[in-house]
Design a protein around this ligand. Sequence first.
Ligand SMILES: [Zn+2]
Ligand SMILES: [Zn+2]
Length: 427
Amino acid sequence: MPGLSLYLLGVYVLLAVVFCVVMLFGPSSDGPIGRVHRGVCGCLANFRQTVERIVGQACCQRLETAEDYVCWRPNPLLASLYVSIMLAFAFAVVRFLFPLVPNERVPWVHRPLSLAIIAGGVALHQLCCYANPGVITCETVAEFADGFPYDGVMYTPKFCETCRIVRPARSKHCAICDRCVAKFDHHCPWINTCAGERNYRLFLAFLAYHVFVCAYGAAMLVRIGAWLAFDVHKLHDAYYLDERGAHVAVSVTVGVQYLMALHPAVFSMLFFASIMGCVICAFFGYHAYLVGSGLTTNETYKWADLHAEQRRQRRARERERADAAGPDGVPGPAAEGAMPRTRGTYPLADATLDNAYNRGVARNVREVLFPPSLRVRRLLQRVTGGAEARARPGAAALRLVHSLEKARGQPSAVPTTAGPADHKKRQ
Ligand SMILES: [Zn+2]
Ligand SMILES: [Zn+2]
């Protein structure tokens, strides 16, 4: 069957897309995707146990330690790996593609353009690595304090013992970087820093740019492949002789196999660019969905925990009510005590869990592109002229935010630079 390979490829791509959707959207979903995600996670846990039985516990632990060191410790290994991959790709472009360009289908300009596009990716990566994600210290806490209100569900004022600040809503202490980061999204080992309020737009630009890089690379490689197939090897006119000596036109599958054998570098690069393009596109789509929904990756885990707890409380309450009702709905001996206790013990069971930070797609996008804390910082610099901020950066900011809150008649959630005892009193 000539097109079987293409059908199989289609099935693989479809399965990969479904897997990405389940793994990305599953944790925050309470519907079918969430159920499939929980099932897949259960299977993966069983798979891990099976692997452990085969390779031994010691080997598994060593692999886990390596993964922990590479991904979840502050080190530049994966960031360096990214740069190495891009340099290797640039080398492969010069070594294997430059001899094929220019041609009838790919003009000369794509020689320098392809290298410039790869260099742009590396430059954007370095920007992401070194940009401030929104680190909160005693000096900068006032810039972030007014950005988002505490919703009372996921975020309440909490004191960070390490950073000596009351954490603003949506912030988190990154255990890897050991610092509090505003509107914490996640710690990304590929840029060896957190994605937070101040650098999240750069992180999104990094993802979008690499979708473009992969799409551009794949498009160019397809055009080079088409030039090789139709203009160099003239496969549309080619034929081979079967066992009876009859002329058989070359099928797409045979033609692709022929080209792959003659030009493995072109097809390896096309395969790599296509797969990476799909993966990064899925990841970018997931983050676009988060932005539109007013969520961070960290909050999807918090919502998943809240929904799981709500389900647990509902099940426990139903069990308790069934026990209290006794067989055939006749109240059992525990009924009298069980029902009132049910109301007090399961506060989440009937709660409506709404995301207080979802302010509509347009405003959510604006908050990402123009972080509120940068506006506050500019305001502070305008008011103080920068002189006081340079002398004692935190003092001017704190005074201004306190006076703003006093004018609005709101109690301050912003700490003074006093000791922790004062912060605890405020909570
Ligand atoms: Zn902290
Ligand atoms: Zn971090």
